[in-house]
Design a protein around this ligand. Structure first.
Ligand code: GDG
Length: 491
């Protein structure tokens, strides 16, 4: 039977609630419709020389996880993954820390994961690897003789080739990418940048078939924008009315929900909000900015810096404009339960999503899915979020331009009902159509095809693959309580 084997750095603990991060939810939603298991790190750091994998089944889901050692955590996770690949792929070379030792540990952890995964694989399994922590995974599996289709999906954006070429190990990274059958990216612009990088780094060749040749291997690269499960944000009979009745405030809330990351454009957002209150004093006391910024990767220096900067900005804006009975910015540096997100989005007049660069940005889609179609709020979205390629009917803004940020906020707050409805209808249609099911099934189908092309033969059991694909397209869900599933803190 065809199983889908998901591999990601961090595996969600099905028993834990209130975690934050988009990758975990996207993987969970796909795996919930298909047999298989999920392999990766359990989030624990253990003092051991040889971490061992452990299988757990909860509510029909199997995960196989293992801990990291303290050195793995520092050099593979915080080091190479989050202090080299994350900043460089987000075009922040200034924040990259090319330290000796990071890369070798990065490869070592990937090789260990591969050694522990390979014996669990069956001939018909399809392997789907997620994100920048695991670029070398396919190469390590191939070294062990694994011939199954192996795909890679990158959740983060691909910066310009010039940035990627600055990575000292750029040739090794390019070669490792060439070991996959399919690379999935979020946007067309990411696809162009990655092809450009492969061409310049390792003389990759774009073939007439549309495939890319990297040394002796050929692979497909395609765009598969991640979606959400919009049912998670829908309102049942009576729920919307009860919420509306409880919401008696006439202060309009502007909502921001972003991991506290330097890519999310939070200082620019706060500064623009201060500028807005300065230039348009008539809005004072009538609006509040509620910014949730759950902590993430706190031991990386650049994250500590942004935390201090935001606290100071929020403090100075509140000090300058606040009144005894009105606080302009409600800044919350905590993770909120996933079950509360939908109501918060629904009762917010503006969704203010202004990353400097973002793979997709699921918050933008969640905000749209939660709105009341009769009286929807307005999404103000950065031009540089991957989701802007799909959500062109949002108010698109340049997150570096404080003036544009302030003007677009005004446009959103003043937008007449008719225009809000018209924009929302177009946006919600896209969010529902390209949901997490569509993402999972289109990627899976493309991976199966790409795997067949690599080996120049039909899969061993194409009928079985077909059934697996049907399951992914269908809406069958098993009994795991979805509400207990937060997102993944360790992205
Ligand atoms: C990466 C890429 C890409 C946020 N705060 C809380 C909370 N969240 C949830 C949101 C949303 C998710 O986390 C964030 O997803 P994003 O897509 O906005 O961003 P990243 O975490 O950076 O995710 C990104 C994504 O992968 C998927 O491919 O879109 O570009 O960077 O679901 O709702 N959830 C809870 N409490 C919070 O405080 N429960």
């Amino acid at each position: 039977m065809t199983r889908l084997v998901m591999v990601s750095n961090r595996v969600i603990d099905f028993n834990a609630a209130q975690q934050a991060g988009g990758v975990g939810v996207a993987i969970y939603n796909t795996l919930a419709r298909q047999s298989g298991f999920w392999f990766g790190w359990d989030g624990q750091i253990e003092d051991t020389d040889s971490p061992e994998p452990k299988a757990t089944t909860v509510g029909g889901h199997t995960t196989v996880t293992e801990p990291l050692t303290a050195a793995d955590y520092n050099e593979y996770y915080l080091g190479y993954s989050n202090s080299v690949l994350w900043p460089v792929f987000h075009n922040r070379l200034d924040l990259a820390q090319f330290e000796a030792g990071y890369y070798s540990r990065y490869v070592e952890v990937n090789a260990r994961f591969a050694r522990h995964l390979a014996p669990l694989l069956e001939p018909d399994d399809v392997i789907w690897v997620h994100d920048y922590h695991l670029v070398p995974m396919a190469m390590e599996l191939r070294k062990l003789g694994v011939e199954n289709p192996i795909g890679f999906f990158l959740h983060i954006p691909v910066g310009p080739a010039q940035a990627l070429l600055a990575i000292p190990e750029n040739k090794e990274i390019a070669r490792a990418l060439g070991a996959y059958d399919l690379i999935g990216l979020q946007t067309q612009s990411d696809v162009r940048n990655l092809i450009d990088f492969l061409q310049q780094s390792v003389s990759g060749r774009l073939l007439p078939s549309g495939r890319i040749r990297v040394y002796e291997t050929e692979l497909d690269i395609g765009c598969f924008p991640v979606g959400i499960d919009s049912d998670d944000f829908a309102f049942g009979p009576g729920e919307a009315e009860a919420l509306a009745a409880a919401d008696t405030s006439d202060v309009h809330r502007i909502i921001g929900i972003d991991r506290l990351d330097y890519t999310k454009g939070l200082p620019q957002k706060f500064k623009a909000y201060g500028k807005f209150l300065e230039e348009f004093p008539e809005y004072r006391r009538r609006i509040v900015l509620s910014q949730f910024a759950p902590p993430t990767r706190e031991s990386v220096e650049a994250y500590a810096d942004i935390k201090a900067e935001l606290e100071s900005l929020a403090g100075s804006i509140n000090g300058r404009f606040g009144e005894l009975d009105w606080v302009p910015i409600n800044y919350i540096h905590r993770t909120i339960p996933r079950s509360e997100l939908r109501d918060i989005y629904r009762t917010s007049r503006v969704g203010w999503v202004t990353p400097l660069m973002d793979g997709m940005n699921l918050v933008a889609k969640e905000y749209v899915a939660s709105q009341d179609p009769r009286d929807p709020g307005v999404l103000v979205l950065s031009k540089f979020a991957g989701s802007a390629e799909q959500l062109a009917d949002a108010v698109l803004v340049n997150p570096y331009d404080l003036n544009d940020l302030a003007q677009c906020l005004k446009l959103a707050l003043d937008m007449p009902l008719e225009e809000r409805r018209a924009r929302h209808e177009k946006l919600v249609t896209i969010v529902r159509k390209y949901d997490s099911k569509a993402w999972g099934s289109s990627y899976f189908a493309a991976l199966v095809k790409a795997g067949q092309r690599r080996f120049g033969r039909s899969p061993k059991s194409s009928a079985d693959m077909g059934r697996a694909l049907e399951r992914l397209k269908g809406s069958v869900k098993n009994g795991t309580p979805k509400d207990r599933l937060g997102a993944n803190a360790g992205t």
